[in-house]
Design a protein around this ligand. Sequence first.
Ligand SMILES: [Zn+2]
Length: 477
Amino acid sequence: MSTLLLENIEILATFDEQRRVLKNAWLLIQDNLIKEIGTGRCETQKIDQRLDLTGYVILPGLINLHHHFYQALLKNVPSLQDASLFRWLRDMRMLMSEIRDEDLYIASKINIAELLLSGCTTTVEHNYLKVNDMKHETGIAAAQELGIRFHLARGSHSSSPTSNGAPLSHTLEREDDVLADTERLIKTYHDPSHGAMTRIVNAPSSPFAASDRMYKESIALARKYGVGNHTHMAEAPDEEQYMLEKFGKRSVEHAEELGWVGPDVWYAHATMLDDHEKAIIQRTGTGICNCPSSNMYTAARVCEVSPMLRQGGFKIGLGVDGSAANNSSNLLKEVRHALMMQRAFFGADAMSPTQALEIAILGGTAILQRDDIGVLAPGKAADIIGVDFRQLPFAGGIHDPLAGLVLCEVDKVDLSIVNGNIRVANGQLVGVDTAPLIEQGNQLGTNLVRRMEKRYKTSITAPVWRRAYPFDGLQDE
Ligand SMILES: [Zn+2]
């Protein structure tokens, strides 16, 4: 049994039912759980380790509900920089077919490092690829190594309709193989216990890439074992058109027919919902993961988070989405982008900083159906982040440090504790040397792109310079 005391905490935001914010507080951790919280001086005598958090704002760790780890090696690819969705998907489909297990391993570590440094303590990894020698265990191994709480959404590409969004046929898995492997992963790795570090989620990629049978049988399997379900849904106009042409229905109407609604289901994006689809989502308690950076970058629509929250009865969380559609895994910045995007579309009072944080913390907790994280209270898992606000981005703006995390330019946390273990201290990852990781990521990313260019006889790395000056019309070079 070990104890860790966080003391002299300037501001402690509990995110509990009363939304208590304590000043001059302390928080005692015993092993992996929060034991006690108080203000002033902690009277407990025997403490193994103490952290003086003068000047810190402390809150529960953020939860990332949607990611594709392999894409860390596909950040900032020139042909994807200002591509239309069609061009983006065309190049991505070819790149996906070249991913190897080593790529996934290093990409996972890069993403997890970025996530931990940006305040994420629980992440979902939606991996729908199983090409070449890739293994789903690889993401789990990377998560265990770096110490982040991990939900592996075992995805799949199993059908390829004639559509711009469909995967290449040689990257498809057989549906029976997907179902068997999902069951194997659940039996081997899914931990339903309080404070679990690893859980499995059932997650066919999208209506473009999985059949009705795949959706129906996989959710039956998931419900047999009590695991969650996740998929891309109502993401873009292309999907809407495809669903209407193929099924004569909209995405969520079709999903309801397949049984893909309920409190154990959440959708990534949901930017194309009509009122009937929103009503289905609200009535069934289905969750939504907003991915604002990705939606802005790929010029998708906007997820109507603010109008839905105003209406009430919607469960909404936050995700960074894959790095090919975000170019970053910074969850704290994603909170800011969520707030900015909602205000741009729905008005200055569309989202407050604390609402934006609640979505990233309590929204994620509700959608993952976990009652052991998301709140700083005795008995909860010790997933805690902190920012020292005696830094330049806050200078002149310390009136409301909690809101400052969202409104000021804060791009990393100074402290992160996951399951009672310190993962970030003084703004640095603990026990992780990022220098070799960066070198390996650059090398593997370059090799991956070269393999793709060679196999498909194309070029995607020539920088695109679109002139803005002189101001006589845009020109591509
Ligand atoms: Zn995605």
